[in-house]
Write a protein that binds this ligand. Structure first.
Ligand code: ADP
Ligand code: MG
Length: 523
């Protein structure tokens, strides 16, 4: 039936045609990042609209920076972004697996199998392997956590840097983690310092801020006190420029000034009443108040960045307030010590509390180096937080994906319908990780895949994968190439979700010109 011209400004593709184009988009997308996978993956140079450059081998960074227009490609990028948010790693793998699933699904469609059946088969396969993951997982300990963090950083720099980052990240998370709760990585403050070497980076227990108290006569150190965090300042109110003050008699101006001063000092009285020992403000503190604060034995800090106030609030259990007068006891936080120490000839404020915070001081030769190390810390901290939540680990180097594919093929035999073919296609898709790892390492992908499959069978071990440091199939746990269960599980779930939703699309309506897509052979 004609659409009566309603869609005349819309280009439309339906059915198989739509699916083929969508699969092409997915393959083009994964083609853009497959060369970055694994420790031997190469880097990409990204240049943004303003000419800023970034060298990275992180899949999601590449995809999020590239201005991709295709809606299907955007769906896969979405899966990769979710992976980044939830698991902090495995972003490239998610995209590569999703596109391989779609490529294999397309082959089945060409053979006459309906996409809905393939979707059902994929769902069955996903449910089966998520259960299998529990069988392959090994319990982790602190030493293995460090190994897993190093694996997550593979391909991102030299060995000494990765070891330093992993060790310090674990140390920082140990400080902030409290029994029975997931570590909150935002309690870690990062300070960047250029001019040193990465190996001299350090972790300090407590929050360190490059701030000095506003008056040296204030106490240098206070133990077990209360802290108020002010999302404003202790200043006179600033009036708008259009304000008029009618001075009708000689005393009016003085009275006005006195009242203003009184209001200012009322704030210090309120601080005393609340029992506050330390105050940190986002804005300024009037110089007139200094002596009053010193007299009251209060330590005061001004112009503290909002981000730092937020970390302090979390660590000390305080609530940021807009003004002192309306502050209540419940807004006040506590600390075990608040001291001023000198580091590198610079005054620093160190706050320690029961809610604990930690500071990582990242050192590196140049701004670029420090920036790269900071990104590595971000990844390592994310992966370690994951492991504090679920401490189980899986063999890396493609070992787990191959073992899962084997299990799936056995499972497929038990399915009577056409879904069986979809489950097999899904199993084939999981093997793409080893193929790409080998390819990027300059090895023959098919040969590598076959030798790992046979080694796993001959040794009855699901731990054998590709060690790209030696180029041989090895026991990944012994080689220390391991990854958190959460990363692999999320990669599988995310890729399946994306591919199934793309398979369900049978009509694409474009309100604008379609972007160019590479050709996919029709088989
Ligand atoms: P992703 O964005 O998916 O995390 P990476 O480029 O970080 O992509 O590569 C991760 C993959 O590299 C994982 O499958 C991991 O097991 C594998 N890997 C890491 N180190 C090694 C190694 N030394 N040998 C083989 N594979 C490795
Ligand atoms: Mg990774």
């Amino acid at each position: 039936m004609s659409d009566g011209g309603i869609l005349k400004d819309t280009s439309r593709s339906t059915g198989r045609d739509a699916l083929q184009k969508n699969v092409q988009a997915a393959i083009a997308l994964s083609g853009a990042i497959r060369s970055t996978l694994g420790p031997k993956g190469l880097d990409k140079l990204l240049i943004d609209d303003e000419g800023r450059t970034l060298v990275t081998n992180d899949g999601v960074t590449v995809l999020e920076t590239a201005k991709v227009e295709h809606p299907v490609a955007k769906m896969i990028i979405g899966a990769s972004s979710v992976q980044d948010k939830i698991a902090k790693d495995g972003t490239t793998s998610t995209v590569i697996i999703a596109s391989e699933m779609l490529r294999n699904a397309w082959e089945l469609v060409v053979q006459g199998i309906h996409p809905a059946i393939i979707g059902r088969g994929f769902r069955l396969a996903e449910q089966h392997i998520v259960e299998c993951l529990d069988d392959f997982a090994i319990p982790g300990d602190k030493k293995l956590f460090e190994k897993a963090a190093i694996t997550a950083l593979d391909g991102k720099g030299h060995v000494a840097m990765k070891e330093t980052v992993s060790r310090l990240s674990l140390q920082a998370i140990n400080i902030i983690s409290q029994v029975n709760s997931k570590p909150d990585k935002s309690k870690i403050k990062i300070i960047l310092q250029t001019g040193g070497v990465v190996e001299h980076s350090e972790v300090i227990s407590g929050l360190v801020l490059a701030k000095k108290r506003i008056d040296l006569a204030m106490p240098k150190e206070i133990k077990n006190g209360s802290i108020l965090l002010l999302d404003g300042g202790l200043e006179r109110r600033s009036f708008s420029s259009s304000m008029k003050l009618n001075v009708s008699s000689p005393g009016v101006l003085d009275a006005f000034r006195n009242k203003e001063r009184e209001l200012l000092f009322d704030q210090v009285d309120q601080l005393k009443k609340l029992g506050v020992n330390v105050i940190a403000c986002k804005e300024g503190i009037d110089d007139e108040l200094k002596s009053e604060l010193v007299k009251s034995g209060i330590q005061a800090f001004r112009r503290v960045a909002k981000g730092d106030l937020d970390i302090l609030a979390k660590s000390c259990g305080a609530v940021l307030v807009n003004d002192v007068i309306s502050a209540t006891k419940s807004n006040i936080g506590s600390f075990s010590s608040s001291s001023n120490v000198s580091m590198n000839n610079l005054e620093h404020w160190v706050v320690k509390s029961d809610g604990t915070g930690a500071t990582i001081i990242i050192r590196g030769s140049t701004v670029d180096v420090v920036g790269e190390v900071e990104r590595c810390f971000d990844d390592a901290l994310g992966v370690i937080c994951q492991m504090f939540e679920d401490d189980r680990l899986l063999p890396g180097g493609g070992a787990t994906y191959i073992a899962l594919a084997k299990r799936l093929r056995r499972f497929a035999e038990s399915i009577p319908g056409r879904e069986q073919l979809a489950v097999e296609a899904y199993a084939d898709a999981l093997e793409v990780i080893v193929r790409v790892l080998a390819e990027n390492g300059g090895l023959d992908p098919i040969q590598t895949l076959l030798s790992i499959v046979s080694e796993q069978t001959n040794n009855k071990s699901s731990k054998i994968g590709l060690n790209l440091n030696t180029g041989n199939p090895e026991d990944m746990v012994k080689s220390g190439i391991i990854e958190p269960v959460g990363v692999v599980r999320q990669a599988i779930v995310g890729a399946t979700e994306a591919s199934i939703s793309i398979l369900r699309i049978d009509d694409v309506l474009w309100a604008k010109q379609e972007p160019q897509m590479p050709d996919l052979p029709q088989n």
